[in-house]
Design a protein around this ligand. Structure first.
Ligand code: LLP
Length: 386
């Protein structure tokens, strides 16, 4: 194509231009998810022999069709709130509770009670909860989330380890937690760590497994090691594609060194980001002091990632995909905030005009999930295609 993100392997949406334009006629802003892409990403992960179980982090995109597709691929589902696990069982009433993992942060007591009542796997990440609510945890089996002391990821706001982060039991409290658990008859059957999101080094997960396996050997009751999610996708034209072969090879090696534990991963973004596009309609085009702007009917209200993390998403004019991209534009939304910019200095067709359909790529993860109604703008609608 003439403009936008050069695709390593052409994105699914290039071949689906006509149906996408047709669906945009039914209203924008609109997210469209391609389930075939979700399934392909799922298979690329589950093909790894070292990985025993995959849980999809549904916070990335809880659309029921996506949950069903991934459960159909053998995935479990990772939830961070009662809202999420209630939604999972409403969408999939027959799902085995053992395929649902609850990994909350600072959740209220009643959500732990509800999770135990459902029979799903519960992860705890601080000792104070055990001390404050002994009756909730007494005699239970849990997984323990550990802070390995540092965070990783594409932006400081998504790093979940180290003193500045609220997540995880610090190593300094590890022995105290084990003692407290023993006193309450709490069995720790899993160790968990998730250091952040959008981690580029394929060897990261191997290191996490090695670290947790070393600890697990001293606990004695550990069966499962959960090395978190955080697998990246290449959003920018320059970003390298994630080296899955290297990732897999590292896990194979470390699993061979510590074969006793079941290895669990819980990716979100990697599975769904590339499956989703956000379709917007152009409202106005403006030139101010030499800066050209394309205004769309949604911006940071539909997709927070650029405003919140300075994240890059490819943007094309789907109505003029074959036109040459000859001009630089800022692509902005209608929200009354200067941060309401989806992309800066993007090459797009000069003829871009009111009513054109703009496509924002790689928006399937943390797109609709983080959309809001700021300025009383309507939430995007969602479509799923096979
Ligand atoms: N497990 C836990 C405990 C998590 O907190 C997360 C994400 C995941 C798994 C899945 O991470 P993933 O594989 O998707 O990187 N809104 C941000 C990302 C926040 C991630 C929150 N936790 C963004 O749009 O970049």
């Amino acid at each position: 194509i003439a403009h936008g993100k050069p695709q390593r392997t052409p994105a699914w949406w290039i071949g689906k231009r006509e149906p996408l334009l047709a669906s945009a006629q039914h209203g924008t802003p609109r997210y469209v998810y391609d389930l075939a892409t979700v399934r392909a990403r799922a298979r690329s992960l589950s093909a790894s022999t070292a990985v025993d179980r995959c849980f999809y982090a549904i916070k990335a995109n809880p659309h029921p069709a996506i949950l069903k597709a991934l459960v159909g691929e053998g995935f479990g589902l990772e939830c961070v709130s009662q809202g999420e696990f209630d939604h999972v069982f409403a969408s999939l009433p027959d799902l085995d509770p053992n395929r649902v993992l609850f990994t909350p942060s600072f959740a209220p007591r009643r959500e732990y009670e509800a999770a135990f009542a459902r029979g799903i796997i519960v992860t705890l990440d601080n000792i104070e909860a055990l001390q404050r609510w002994p009756e909730v945890f007494r005699g239970r089996t849990i997984w323990l989330r550990i802070d390995l002391g540092h965070g990783e990821g594409h932006h400081e706001k998504v790093r979940t380890g180290g003193v500045a982060a609220k997540f995880g039991l610090p190593m300094t409290r590890f022995d105290a937690f084990i003692d407290e658990a023993r006193k309450l008859g709490v069995r720790i059957s899993g160790l968990h760590a998730h250091l952040g999101s959008g981690i580029e080094d394929p060897q990261h997960w191997r290191g996490v497994y090695a670290h947790l396996a070393g600890l697990a050997d001293n606990v004695g009751t550990i069966e499962t090691i959960d090395i978190g999610g955080g697998l990246p996708i290449p959003y920018t034209p320059e970003a390298p594609e994630f080296d899955l072969a290297l990732w897999r090879g590292g896990l194979d090696e470390i699993k061979a060194a510590y074969p006793r534990y079941g290895l669990v991963i819980e990716p979100g973004r990697f599975l769904v980001a590339e499956s989703g596009v956000l379709l917007l309609s152009v409202t106005q085009t403006v030139e101010k002091d030499g800066v050209r702007r394309i205004g769309c009917d949604a911006g940071m209200n539909a997709l927070m990632r650029p405003a919140m993390y300075e994240a890059y998403h490819g943007i094309v004019n789907l109505s003029r995909l074959d036109d040459e991209a000859t001009a630089a534009f800022d692509v902005v939304g209608p929200v009354c905030e200067s941060s309401d910019v989806l992309g800066r200095g993007r090459s797009l067709p000069l003829a871009t005009d009111e009513g054109d359909v703009m496509l924002v790529a790689d928006a399937g993860a943390y797109g609709m999930a983080m959309a809001n109604s700021y300025n009383l703008r309507a939430l995007p609608v969602e479509d799923v295609i096979e």
